[in-house]
Design a protein around this ligand. Structure first.
Ligand SMILES: Nc1ncnc2c1ncn2[C@@H]1O[C@H](COP(=O)(O)OP(=O)(O)O)[C@@H](O)[C@H]1O
Ligand SMILES: [Mg+2]
Length: 265
């Protein structure tokens, strides 16, 4: 289960130039002391039509199962009283936000957004490039691109954030595995595509070995507790479709990985 906290203060709003949803940095009292969290104020429309909160939670949890780093997730209640003395723009944003718990991640100190101009070794010291590429294809994430990278770089690691647009219903249902092809929206624009594509053949042969290993051992039952928690908080998780998609990727892992490899030839 994700921890649930109550915000005790609103520290700042992350400007639209950095994140289009303008998340809030809030302070919460946790068993480990006061911590800052970046909380996403999705509208009810985004939550209901896009499944944004569930997608954020499930993708955050899944990333760890592929040994990809994420800031720890949480669900945060932002009490109405906190916004009363804040600027009017904040109050308007609060009013438009879905009233249920907000998805949040612990605010990471000393990180910078990834940019495409960095060297391959700079990335490979922090993250497995091919596993990230495969993972984003698995969660149907077109949002780890060369412009909006949604990858935060620290001195030791690279951390995945922002999964609201993953696992879109149209992308995970009715998939024809006999004629499976990966949509270029998940390949050519991906942050890691140029690095992976440029590599030499002997290296490419071993791409996705690690991903396949994690996929084989992926225990989708481990997600049940998160789906149950979200349901009990009033979210319609569409868990059947998500579980079914993940099982299909597992069952068709060779087809899936072969098409990833073809995308990089
Ligand atoms: N856990 C975090 N730690 C530090 N900064 C973060 C964290 N989460 C988000 N941010 C910052 O906030 C920005 C917007 O967050 P993001 O989840 O990408 O929202 P959006 O959906 O609005 O793009 C990020 O680009 C990053 O700069
Ligand atoms: Mg973002």
């Amino acid at each position: 289960m994700l921890p649930v906290y109550e915000a005790i203060d609103i520290i700042k709003v992350i400007p639209e130039t950095v994140g289009h949803t303008q998340p809030w940095v809030v302070l919460a009292n946790t068993p480990y002391g006061l911590k800052s969290f970046v909380a996403k104020l999705y509208t009810a429309h985004q939550v209901n039509n896009n499944n944004s909160v569930t997608n954020e939670v499930i993708s955050n949890v899944l990333a760890s199962q592929f040994d990809l780093k994420v800031p720890p997730g949480a669900l945060i209640d932002i009490p109405e009283s906190l916004q009363f003395k804040k600027p009017v723009e904040l109050q308007i944003q609060y009013g438009k936000a879905d009233p249920r718990l907000k998805f949040a991640t612990e605010m990471l100190p000393n990180v910078n957004a990834a940019v495409p101009s960095l060297s391959k070794s700079f990335y490979s010291r922090r993250i497995s490039l091919d596993t990230l590429y495969a993972f984003d294809n698995m969660i149907r994430n077109a949002d780890r691109g060369q412009q909006k990278t949604n990858l935060l770089l620290g001195s030791k690691g690279a951390f995945l954030i922002d999964h609201e647009y993953t696992l879109h219903q149209n992308r995970i249902t009715g998939v024809d595995w006999d004629n499976f092809e990966i949509d270029p929206v998940f390949t050519q624009h991906h942050l890691m595509y140029p690095y992976l594509k440029k590599s030499i053949k002997p290296k490419k042969q071993h791409y996705f070995d690690e991903f396949l290993e994690y996929l084989r051992t992926l225990n989708t039952n481990a997600l049940s507790v998160y789906f149950a928690q979200l349901s009990s908080e009033g979210f319609n998780t569409k868990s059947i479709n998500i579980n079914s998609w993940l099982s299909q990727v597992k069952q068709n892992s060779t087809t899936f990985v072969n098409s990833l490899k073809s995308s990089l030839e």
